[in-house]
Design a protein around this ligand. Structure first.
Ligand code: TRP
Ligand code: ZN
Length: 886
């Protein structure tokens, strides 16, 4: 057992720092094992805090070489060093200068936070608390300083030297060394500092801002990858133009740089003027990247760029305010993608993400508010709740205010807080003032965890010609929040007449300007409310929560017939998709129950007939059709079943419905498979990608339907594909079916791509998702593959993460073998990279929903991990919180 449990940090204990630091001058001499950092800090006592006369700086894994104050070296009696920092006694109560020299070891830094050397590139990652591994600092986001950075390095080791801001000087030095100096004029918190050095090639372009300034754009990559940067560059320019047009935000430095590296803990990082990316989200060529990769690149390049205003110019006062930049920036990137591609498809895919990642988090032991009030390790709070639910909260504000007033509120937010470290309150006040709406009740969304349930029931009164819709809301208790207040929930609503047309809505007591519209946003603010629509002359089916206007679970007493009707007729595309999901879930959960009782599952002919109608509706975008026909994921089904989950029955039910649809709709699938063929040069745009997507879902259904057709087509497609999307889709079909074609295809793919690390990740991940019984043994074998390494997060995520989070059937094997394997990897990884280890451990968060045997196995391994002697704060927090109180 541990002797000292880490203490949680609390929001209510926030106070301003005792000192401000206005300038940071860094002089970094790079060396793989002993990088030397000379830091000159301009320190100023915080008048509000009164005289303190001791300065405490954060610092970890540093070797202190020298320390002086106002030019006077300090003897050992003037300061104390411990594992977390440096305390300097008797500092002046007027501004002073500190000179600190430290050393760190980039080559030994496998945690990939601070300054690290990986793949021959020196690189930094400072968010959230990595700067303290570079030098001693007040490493907190409300301390904002102007940074000047000088880098020196042997030219042979690092021909390219980059840091934030504009390059002000560079040149050669004796002994084969050289230097570069960078100056970032915008004050920023330490978490936005960045430095990159190494042998990097770059592609270059430029962007002229609305006010006519020309910005130099550069993407730095490993030499040889220059031909994979074009799409990222194009996305960057579109994002820059979009932010000017939609939010009125211009870029503010002369140069904007992106660096792609292969060892990175997350997706990307918005360091001022020098974004650093996981190369998976930059590098793309038609033969190496799928359509999904292209879409992710576009979204993440935009996301990081958008942070320049939401995150950098206005930053967070403390880490509890993380959603202030992340939720808002995710909302912005979602809107960007909606404008670039299909709004309906984007909404569907965002809601799918929310449901598969955020809902389980919010309904389990790791539930926390969008603005948490306590944490042990901040890195554990870069969660689906902070990002995705955080974006939903901003979207609700957008819905409630409308586009115009939302923009007014945003303008006011930028005007008031530019250059500041702000809070969620600041944001809401600006939106309330600028948009003219009281957001006092809305604010509860930021503090209350859990997914609310909205229960709807509607009744048409023929005599009164009135449709009465009763909405109520329930929020179940979550860890440490037993009681919940009612929330302000926007529910966009329509009524659909039996002929399939929308009924004009006259809401008793509703806003005049909305009267007669066919879709209205209802504000549910009480525990229960009744909305009356007058002049409703006919029976109607309600279409509720159109566009998914709130992150809630909606229960409504509709039948499969109603879902079928909505699938065919709803004018809101999101709700057409939602109806398909509801209908499919209803068939599937009934079949899961049947299978568990030893009864044969239903074939779903009724559902198939409606799907057939969709497949024949020619006016629909192909990608929308593809979304309409995907069955809910096994994890989503597990969630909607909620307790005593039996993963084998779920898998069987889903596969048997897929097989039955594949058989019943075979002709339509074959017809579309041909019709959706894309001719000519590959383009990653939404149109072409949508056709490939629908075509590949047809392929997958044809294979599921049995017979030789599907597999034959898959084999043909695999042999002839000229792009990675079609290649992977056909390989997936082949690899998930036992037989010689499987082994042959996997080997062909391997031999072709074994030297391409990003493509190899796909090859690893594909095998980790296999439903075949030998999957775990195969994964163990693959860990010995030369391309695999526990030190590279992408590899770990591809093989182990995908298995734990994406292969419900095999991870949850009844004998507990999947759990033990993943737990062993988490233990090993914790010593290498705690952030990544903690993330993988997150796969256990829903352990209480499973049937007793599996639950017991999961509890065992969690307890074993929690009891380990030397655990990182990261893994300790996830393990103990997942286990919970009892
Ligand atoms: N701020 C980054 C983003 O969302 C994500 C991030 C946070 C991150 N911590 C990180 C990235 C650590 C890499 C490593 O854009
Ligand atoms: Zn972000």
């Amino acid at each position: 057992m541990r002797t000292e449990d880490p203490r949680p940090i609390l929001l209510k204990e926030y106070s301003e720092p005792d000192y401000w630091i206005d300038e940071v001058h860094l002089d970094v001499a790079l060396d793989p094992e002993a990088a030397e950092v000379k830091s000159r800090l301009s320190v100023r006592p915080n008048a509000k805090r009164g005289a303190k006369n001791a300065l405490r700086l954060d610092g970890e894994k540093l070797e202190l070489m020298a320390l002086s104050l106002n030019g006077e070296p300090l003897g050992p009696n003037r300061y104390q060093v411990d594992a977390q920092g440096l305390t300097i006694m008797d500092v002046p109560d007027a501004p002073f200068t500190l000179d600190i020299t430290t050393r760190c070891n980039p080559a030994a830094n496998t945690a990939l936070t601070g300054l690290y050397l990986a793949g021959g590139i020196f690189c930094t990652q400072c968010e959230a608390e990595g700067f303290r591994r570079i030098t001693y600092m007040l490493d907190r986001p409300d301390v904002m300083a102007v940074y000047k950075t000088r880098i020196t390095a042997p030219k042979s080791l690092a021909p390219v030297l980059l840091a934030n801001g504009n390059c002000t000087a560079s040149g050669d030095l004796p002994d084969g060394k050289h230097f570069a100096e960078w100056h970032d004029p915008y004050p920023k918190p330490s978490y936005l500092f960045a430095l990159v050095a190494g042998d990097l090639a770059h592609v270059q372009d430029s962007f002229t801002t609305a006010s006519g300034r020309k910005v130099d754009l550069r993407i730095y990559v490993e030499p040889g990858n220059e031909d994979r940067c074009a799409y990222a560059m194009d996305a960057l320019k579109r994002a820059m133009a979009w932010d000017e047009k939609v939010f009125g935000r211009e870029y503010d430095l002369d140069i904007f740089m992106i660096v792609a590296v292969s060892a990175f803990n997350m997706g990307a990082m918005e360091n001022k003027g020098l974004n650093i990316f996981n190369d998976k989200y930059i590098l793309a060529r038609p033969d190496t990247a799928t359509d999904l990769d292209y879409a992710n690149i576009e979204a993440i390049v935009a996301h990081e760029y958008f942070h320049n205003w939401t995150g950098n110019r206005i930053t967070c006062r403390d880490w509890f305010q993380l959603c202030l930049k992340e939720g808002l920036t995710v909302f912005r990137d979602q809107e960007f993608t909606a404008d670039m591609r299909s709004r309906a498809v984007k909404r569907i895919s965002d809601v799918r993400t929310l449901r598969t990642h955020q809902f389980p988090e919010d309904g389990g032991p790791l539930a926390h508010p969008v603005r948490p009030d306590s944490y042990i390790e901040i890195n554990n709070f870069y969660t689906a709740t902070v990002y995705e639910k955080g974006a939903e909260l901003v979207r609700m504000l957008h819905t409630l205010l409308g586009a115009e007033r939302f923009r007014k509120g945003m303008d006011l937010y930028f005007e008031r807080h530019d250059g500041e470290a702000a809070t969620v309150e600041d944001f809401l006040t600006a939106l309330a003032d600028g948009g003219g709406l009281d957001l006092a009740q809305f604010k509860r969304w930021y503090g209350q965890a859990g997914t609310p349930e909205v229960i709807a029931s509607g009744k048409w009164d023929q005599a009164k010609q009135e449709y009465a819709l009763t909405l109520s809301q329930i929020s179940a208790p979550t860890p440490s929040q037993p009681h919940k207040e009612p929330l302000h929930i926007p529910v966009e609503t329509g009524l659909i007449a039996e002929d399939g047309r929308d009924v004009p809505l006259h809401l008793a007591g509703g806003a005049a300007e909305e009267d007669g519209r066919t879709s209205r946003v209802l504000s549910l603010t009480q525990r229960e409310q009744c909305f009356r629509f007058t002049n409703v002359a006919e029976r109607a089916v309600p279409s509720l929560l159109r566009g998914f206007t709130a992150p809630v679970k909606l229960s409504v007493n509709l039948t499969d017939r109603d879902w079928a009707f909505l699938m065919a007729h709803d004018s809101d595309p999101f709700n057409r998709w939602e109806a398909a999901q509801k209908y499919a879930t209803s068939v599937l959960t009934a079949n899961v129950a049947a299978i568990r009782e030893g009864v044969k599952p239903r074939k779903g002919e009724g559902f198939a007939e409606i799907v057939r109608g969709i497949l024949r509706e020619e006016a629909l975008e192909p990608e929308f059709v593809a979304q309409m026909i995907v069955l809910p994921a096994e994890q989503t089904l597990a969630q909607s079943i909620g307790q005593d989950v039996d993963v084998d029955a779920i898998h069987e039910a889903r596969e048997s419905l897929r097989a039955s649809l594949g058989g019943l709709l075979k002709d339509d699938f074959l017809r579309l498979y041909d019709a959706m063929r894309v001719e000519g040069t590959y383009s990653p745009d939404a149109d072409h990608a949508g056709r490939r997507s629908l075509r590949n879902s047809c392929l997958s259904y044809l294979a599921a339907g049995g017979g030789e057709d599907g597999l034959k087509l898959a084999k043909q497609q695999f042999d002839s594909a000229d792009n990675m999307t079609d290649s992977m889709a056909s390989l997936t079909v082949l690899a998930h079916t036992e037989g010689p074609a499987r082994e042959e295809a996997l080997k062909t793919f391997h031999d072709r791509w074994q030297h391409d690390h990003l493509v190899m990740d796909k090859w690893f991940a594909l095998q980790a998702t296999s439903p075949l019984p030998g999957t775990l043994d195969k994964i163990k074998e693959l860990m010995a593959h030369p391309a695999f390494s526990l030190r590279n997060p992408n590899k770990v995520r591809a093989l182990i993460g995908t298995f734990a989070a994406g292969n419900q059937l095999r991870f949850h094997a009844a004998d507990g073998s999947g759990y033990r394997f993943v737990a062993d990897q988490v233990s090993a990884l914790d010593k290498i990279n705690p952030q990544v280890a903690a993330r993988i451990l997150g796969a256990f968060k829903s352990w209480r929903q499973f049937e007793p045997g599996r639950r017991a196995h999961m509890k065992d391994v969690l307890e074993r991990i929690a009891a380990e002697a030397e655990l990182s704060r990261d893994v300790y927090e996830i393990a103990t919180k997942t286990l919970g109180q009892n």
